[in-house]
Design a protein around this ligand. Structure first.
Ligand SMILES: O=C(O)CCC(=O)C(=O)O
Ligand SMILES: [Fe+2]
Length: 262
């Protein structure tokens, strides 16, 4: 066991990410059910079933979609048993203990610090429709550009030990769907001059001129697996190249010694 734990830790420290088993099949169904409920709150007359989540793009039009993905509502709450699945995961604990020096952590959802859209024990979900959909029209595609998660809403949070991200797909596990990451990019200091000018998003996006210098991969995952990654790791531009709508969760494990939200 010690060997597997050390392999994951080394891959997190050296490559900037590792893949861990977190959820079982019934957990995934329950998480999808929570997302379905949230989506249905934004739909007045229609209602979506869990099985239809992968066909979301065939059922939901652009207007409804904009409403559903409004960042102030795009989260689910986690009850004690789901909090514990994350907080007691032995791989996650081992990484925190060795990287932060302790294993205290909080699961924090932040949509906007300014607007006080912050919740403990909650996590954001994302819906990315297939890239080559005709219904997009002039609309922007569903995925953001290459960025790091380091600022986490504020440049004052610029601390490599402030948080760790866990990206977990619920629909879309193969490399046509999964998160696009640049292994080892966390070892470089990404200078602010390389940031694109945009204020809208929590995580600042870097200029293409900068991000194209890096190599990217998209791991194949098994259901229940997640990518745990370093806050300085470049990732994004994860276009959905599959036929189903991708649905994923991103958990922010925040270090309470550094980030105090409450
Ligand atoms: O799911 C995506 O496309 C992006 C996710 C991401 O950037 C994150 O979880 O930090
Ligand atoms: Fe991110």
């Amino acid at each position: 066991m010690k060997k597997i734990l050390n392999n994951k830790l080394n891959s997190f420290l050296n490559d900037g990410y590792c893949i861990v088993d977190i959820f079982n099949k019934s957990n995934l169904e329950e998480l999808k059910r929570k997302i379905k409920i949230k989506i249905n709150k934004s739909l007045k007359s229609k209602s979506l079933k869990i099985k239809e989540l992968k066909n979301y793009h065939k059922i939901i039009d652009n207007n409804l979609h904009s409403n559903i993905i409004d960042s102030s509502k795009r989260y689910i709450g986690l009850n004690k048993s789901y909090q514990n699945i994350i907080l007691k995961n032995k791989f996650i604990n081992y990484i925190c203990k060795n990287y932060w020096g302790h294993e205290q952590k909080e699961i924090t959802w932040v949509a906007s610090l300014k607007k006080k859209q912050v919740k403990k024990n909650s996590t954001a979900f994302r819906l990315a429709r297939p890239m080559n959909l005709s219904i997009y029209g002039k609309q922007k595609k569903d995925v953001g550009g290459v960025h790091f998660d380091l600022f986490f809403g504020s440049a004052e949070n610029y601390n490599y030990k402030a948080l760790i991200t866990i990206w977990c797909p619920l629909v879309g596990f193969t490399n046509s769907y999964t998160l696009r990451i640049s292994p080892k990019s966390h070892l470089k200091k990404h200078k602010k001059v390389n940031l694109d000018k945009q204020k809208k998003y929590l995580s600042p996006v870097f200029k293409t001129k900068y991000t194209k210098r890096f190599k990217y991969i998209r791991p194949n995952l098994k259901p229940g697996q997640a990518i745990i990654f370093h806050p300085n790791l470049l990732h994004g531009g994860s276009h959905n190249l599959g036929v189903n709508t991708r649905c994923s969760l991103d958990f922010r494990l925040t270090n309470p010694n550094i980030l105090k939200f409450h």
